[in-house]
Design a protein around this ligand. Structure first.
Ligand code: GLC
Ligand code: CA
Length: 542
């Protein structure tokens, strides 16, 4: 049994909402979302009543000064807000207003690499004898010529870029415009600490750490072993360019620094990673949380979801704390991953799953209204990955399009020309319309999140599956010292009878929330009849 939620920190109990800043709301008509836009919509996120979404924290995708080759994940000044998003004073205001509503603010720090235009790199690349040469990963060619090893970049091509002026290669895990920092250099580490302190002192509640498991690379630069995969990057098992042992002491150092500021937190974004590895990164003296992305790759099959959940439960144990996500700015949206006429129904089943698991849920902007991937035409593709791999892979722009607030001009997102096109279905899939419809995906998210907020079993309790062999759906218990909830989900488009492994009749169950209000009396016996794509959550009353 888990601790009572009173004693649980906010980052365990709460829901994280990812704001993709460029696409949330534009306050000045330049077509790009900004801090003013977020400020104007804080009540949507949490105004203290169930009419709002009710999230506990917002994570803002990078807002630092950046030439935007990778849309903010290439930073040229970690202590300055990019002018397209606003000024430092706007962030101060946002933090103050968010805190008034009980919303924490998490910044996105990409510290594995900088922009190639960061003054550190400009200085580093100026000459071999530069005082910052060793701040990045420079290497001579092999004796026979060519790059030092076969490491590949995530975005395609070799991870080594030749610098003709100084006749060495530098390493870039992503774009050549994103050179990797040398985490073994103590001066780099000092700068990183300084950056974190700068923001913590300004009142931010924590950080999302970009590609947190790639900071260190093998000193001997050994080649990765082969494995099967589609892209060249995937045809290597990343044993030497990620998940290196030096990470653990670095995480401990983060934790010490952040914990000095009270109840702040860091959530790591691993590139790849399985729960066994992740749970080693999340300990009381390491990272607070690390995203588990495995649910994202599950087929629409309850067995696949259960296998993934149980693997995570097993790795983390009852005291450990996973952090689940069903989407983010890098992957296809849920409704597009599981397409078809019943996509909105599936979105509700998925929402119920995400918000009733044991762990912290992270919700990506737009998923709460069931947005789908937008068919961004080729000439408007901006994501470097999309440009490179078109038409095999259309990149990440389709999942980064503006949040439709209403069916007016610019979908209420902007008075100007939006930086990415508005989704074609914005007249039906938008915040205003779904707010008025009690049967919408948005209304369902709101009810779920508010139920979760008030339920210790759901926000802090233990997890126990009630089905050894799921067939049509999932059923599980969430249990805290004072409360028991039973969650049942039908993944199928036809009515299903779920037969629980255990007879739950030792308790009396009252229906609390679901997709088909009125379709259930109290739960009796082991058999549970569910409507197509039905979600129901029962509470034990005795
Ligand atoms: C992370 C980000 C992604 C970015 C990459 C490089 O995976 O989520 O958007 O392109 O890191 O910083
Ligand atoms: Ca703007």
């Amino acid at each position: 049994m888990s601790e009572s939620s009173e004693s649980l920190p906010w980052w365990k109990r709460g829901v994280i909402y990812q704001i993709y800043t460029r696409s949330f709301a534009d306050s000045n008509g330049d077509g790009i979302g900004d801090l003013g836009g977020i400020l104007a919509h804080l009540d949507y996120l949490n105004d203290g009543t169930p009419a709002s979404l009710g999230v506990d924290a917002i994570w803002l995708s990078p807002i630092f000064a950046s030439p935007a080759f990778d849309f903010g994940y290439d930073v040229s000044d970690y202590c300055a807000i990019d002018p397209i998003f606003g000024r430092l004073a706007d962030l101060d205001e946002l933090i103050a207003q968010a805190h008034q509503r009980g919303i924490r603010v998490i910044l996105d720090l990409a510290l594995n690499h900088t922009s190639h235009l960061h003054p550190w790199f400009l200085e580093s690349r100026a000459s071999r004898s530069s005082s910052k040469r060793d701040w990045y990963l420079w290497q001579d060619p092999r004796p026979q010529g060519g790059p030092p090893n076969r490491w590949q970049s995530v975005f395609g091509g070799r991870a080594w870029q030749w610098d003709p002026a100084t006749r060495q290669y530098y390493y870039h895990m992503f774009l050549p415009q994103q050179p990797d920092l040398n985490w073994r250099n103590p001066q780099v580490r000092e700068e990183i600490d300084r950056i974190m302190r700068f923001w913590l002192e300004r009142g931010v509640d924590g950080f999302r750490l970009d590609v947190v498991n790639a900071y260190f690379k093998d000193l001997e630069l050994r080649d990765n072993p082969f494995r099967w995969g589609l892209r060249a990057y995937d045809r290597q098992a990343h044993v030497y360019d990620a998940d290196r042992p030096e990470l653990l002491p670095a995480y401990t150092a983060f934790r010490r620094l952040v914990d000095r500021y009270g109840d702040r937190m860091v959530v790591g974004e691993p590139l790849m990673g399985n729960p066994q590895v992740l749970q080693q990164y999340c300990r009381p003296d390491r990272l607070h949380l690390a995203f588990d992305f495995d649910l994202i790759s599950c087929r629409w099959n309850p067995r696949a979801f259960q296998r993934t959940i149980l693997a995570c439960e097993q790795a983390f144990g009852p005291e450990g704390w996973p952090c689940y996500a069903l989407g983010n700015h890098d992957v296809s949206r849920l409704v597009s991953r599981y397409p078809g006429p019943h996509a909105p129904e599936r979105a509700k089943v998925a929402a119920a799953l995400l918000l009733t698991l044991h762990g912290t849920p992270s919700l990506y902007q737009g998923e709460e209204i069931g947005m789908r991937d937008s068919p961004v035409p080729r000439r408007r593709i901006l994501d470097p990955a999309g440009k490179r791999y078109w038409p095999l892979y259309r990149g990440r722009d389709p999942v980064r399009t503006p949040l439709p607030w209403n069916d007016g001009v610019g979908a209420g997102f902007s008075n100007g020309r939006p930086w990415l096109p508005i989704n074609p279905d914005f007249r039906s899939v938008n915040v205003a319309r779904e707010s008025e419809d009690p049967g919408s995906v948005l209304s369902f998210y709101r009810r779920l999140i508010w139920l979760r907020r008030g339920s210790r079993a759901l926000n802090s309790g233990s997890f126990q599956t009630l089905l050894r062999n799921p067939d049509s759906g999932l059923a599980y218990l969430r249990q805290s010292q004072e409360e028991i909830m039973l969650v049942a989900l039908n993944f199928r488009g036809h009515p299903a009878q779920i037969v629980l492994d255990e007879d739950p009749s030792t308790h009396e169950w009252e229906w609390r929330l679901g997709t088909h209000p009125g379709s259930h009396g109290p739960l009796v016996g082991r058999r549970l009849n569910l409507q197509p794509y039905e979600v129901c959550i029962f509470q034990a009353t005795r």
